[in-house]
Design a protein around this ligand. Structure first.
Ligand code: GLN
Length: 248
C-alpha cells in the first residue's frame, strides 16, 4: 500500500478562507484510491525535519500572524524547508505561505522583513487590498476548460517575480500576484505557490492529483498513475463560476 506523509505548517496561525480544505482534499483523494495519508502539524518551536514529509502545506495569514512566526521560521525551519525543496518534496503554499517562500515582505508601514529566500520573488504591502474571485490558467494542467483554476484572493501584498522566478499560471480574471503583470503564483521544482484560497484543491481536483502524483513518483519507483475519480460535481461548480465571470 502506498503511503504519503503530509505536513501542515503553522496550522494554528496560517489558515484563512478554508485553507485547511486543501489538506482534506489531498487526504480524501488519496483515501478514495487506497493510499494512506498521515497528517502532521508543525508549528512554533518545532523543528522541520526535511526527510519526514512527502507533501508540505503552508496556508495564508494576516500580517499579524505572519509577524509572529518570522523568527521561528528562520530559526527552526529555514534549513529543513530549504533542503526539502531542493530534494523535490512537494509544497503547496497559499497567499501568506507564498510570500514567505520569497526574498522579503515589505509591510505597508515600510518595514522590510526577510523571508525564506528559497524562491525569487518579493512582496510589497499596500493600503489597497486585492480581493475577489480569481481565475487563472496553468499550462499543461489536464482540467477543463484550458487548465483553468478557480479560487478566491484577498491580499494587500503585491508580489513580483525576479529573473529566476516562474509564474504558476496566467491570470484570466482577477488580480493574481500584483494586478499588473498578469502572472499568478510561482513555481520552482515541486513547489506550487498561489494567491488562491477557496479552498484551492477541492475546487480544482486536477491540481490536487498533480501534487499527489508528483509525491508518489518521487517516493515509489513502481508508481505509474492515479486511478481516475468521478469529479463531475467539481467540474460543474467550476464551469458555473467560469461562465459567471468570463464572457464568451
Ligand atoms: N498578509 C498577507 C497580505 O495581506 C497575506 C494575506 C493572506 O494570506 N490572505 O498580503
Amino acid at each position: 500500500m502506498y503511503q504519503l506523509s503530509i505536513c501542515h505548517l503553522y496550522p494554528d496561525l496560517l489558515n484563512l478562507y478554508g485553507d485547511y480544505g486543501n489538506i482534506q482534499a489531498l487526504k480524501k483523494r488519496m483515501q478514495w484510491r487506497g493510499i494512506e495519508a498521515a497528517v502532521s502539524q508543525v508549528s512554533l518551536g518545532d523543528r522541520f525535519s526535511p526527510s519526514d514529509y512527502d507533501i508540505v502545506f503552508i496556508g495564508g495569514g494576516q500580517d499579524y500572524e505572519q509577524s509572529i512566526l518570522y523568527a521561528d521560521l528562520i530559526e527552526y525551519k529555514k534549513e529543513g524547508i530549504t533542503e526539502a525543496v531542493e530534494n523535490g518534496v512537494v509544497f503547496l503554499c497559499i497567499c501568506g505561505g507564498f510570500q514567505l517562500m520569497g526574498l522579503y515582505y515589505k509591510t505597508p508601514e515600510g518595514e522590510e522583513i526577510p523571508c525564506l529566500g528559497i524562491m525569487d520573488h518579493w512582496t510589497i504591502g499596500n493600503e489597497k487590498r486585492l480581493v475577489g474571485n480569481l481565475i487563472f490558467s496553468i499550462e499543461g494542467l489536464n482540467q477543463e476548460p484550458n487548465g483553468y483554476i478557480v479560487g478566491f484572493e484577498n491580499h494587500s501584498g503585491k508580489t513580483y517575480l525576479g529573473e529566476r522566478g516562474k509564474p504558476l499560471g496566467k491570470v484570466i480574471y482577477g488580480f493574481g500576484n500584483n494586478g499588473e503583470d498578469g502572472f499568478e503564483g510561482a513555481r520552482y521544482k515541486n513547489v506550487f505557490c498561489s494567491y488562491s484560497h477557496g479552498s484551492l484543491l477541492p475546487k480544482n481536483p486536477a491540481l490536487a492529483d498533480e501534487l499527489i502524483t508528483l509525491a508518489l513518483k518521487r517516493k515509489y519507483s513502481d508508481f505509474v498513475s492515479l486511478q481516475p475519480l468521478d469529479d463531475h460535481l467539481e467540474a460543474n461548480a467550476r464551469k458555473s463560476i467560469i461562465s459567471r465571470y468570463i464572457r464568451k
